[in-house]
Write a protein that binds this ligand. Sequence first.
Ligand code: PEP
Length: 249
Amino acid sequence: MGRKFIVGGNWKCNGTNEEVKKIVATLNQGEVPSEDVVEVVISPPFVFLPLVKSLLRSDFHVAAQNCWVKKGGAFTGEISGEMLVNLGIPWVILGHSERRALLGESNEFVGDKVAYALSQGLKVIACVGETLEQREAGSTMDVVAAQTKAIADKINDWTNVVIAYEPVWAIGTGKVATPAQAQEVHADLRKWFQANVSAEVAESIRIMYGGSVSGANCKELAAKPDVDGFLVGGASLKPEFIDIIKSAT
Ligand code: PEP
């Protein structure tokens, strides 16, 4: 069975009540391929999750941008996986490079988070990606493999995991990876899964590309055989997000 295309919109720390309502109205009016063809996941800040969930069309799904590494309790400022499940939020993004870089989330911590979120029944978009220095030093695949291995060390079932390959140098910079660069890493990741997890997971796991994806560049990227979708930051706040969803066909 083929891998279903998946497009995620990561709104990051953006939006007001009014803006959120406007963006959702635009999404709700968008003419996009059916859910059988493309899975769409919208990730607003925590505080807007219930609002977005209540207003958003039913063929689009909602994701949190993070959750705590274990069961909730005395962890001021954190949001637990159980809370997301309680609110009916099916997805969570974990290991985003902004959290790795700015909040010091290590590979192991992200691996623990993925394992705990899955144990609660959440589906996970797990982000990996190299910095410019790492790419220039020729260590892209070592970095991405180490990030993926830290997850593989903690989980056995990859059914509810999607990998988002997001080169850090491409995030929010307007410097998108070329389709060939994205394809190369996605194919290498698939080889890594083949060698280290299983042939089945290598074939079935979806690998999204993220980093300055736009309405203008998505078609060429989507045409690559190992690009199974996109995780979109800046452009997910704009009407062109609909064009990015449409690149599934
Ligand atoms: C992201 O933050 O996941 C991202 C890919 O951002 P942008 O599309 O703005 O580069």
